[in-house]
Design a protein around this ligand. Structure first.
Ligand SMILES: [Zn+2]
Length: 93
């Protein structure tokens, strides 16, 4: 439970640990709370009837954006490597 009156978000593995150990975890917004139940795939915890914390939602969106950028970065890096490899193969020895 948390006394902020909001449904905070936290990484799934942290929620699982908090549920098992009954110890506080840090929400994405920085608030510490002890998760009491697990809801949804997004990692939402605590009372689902409460409003989701907007700061947690904002951080979640930024994390998703960060993951997308990391994916694009890896794809671009692989494409650069492939172009370099193709160019290297065309150069006569
Ligand atoms: Zn929060």
């Amino acid at each position: 439970m948390n006394d902020s009156g909001l449904n905070h978000l936290a990484p799934r593995d942290q929620i699982d640990l908090g549920l098992i150990a009954g110890t506080p975890i840090e929400a994405l917004c920085g608030v510490n709370f002890v998760p009491t139940l697990r809801v949804g795939a997004s990692g939402a915890a605590d009372n689902p009837s409460l409003d989701v914390c907007t700061a947690c939602e904002c951080v979640m969106e930024l994390i998703e954006e960060q993951n997308e950028l990391a994916f694009k970065h890896r794809r671009v890096k692989a494409a650069i490597k492939a172009v370099k490899e193709a160019a290297r193969l065309k150069v006569p020895a």
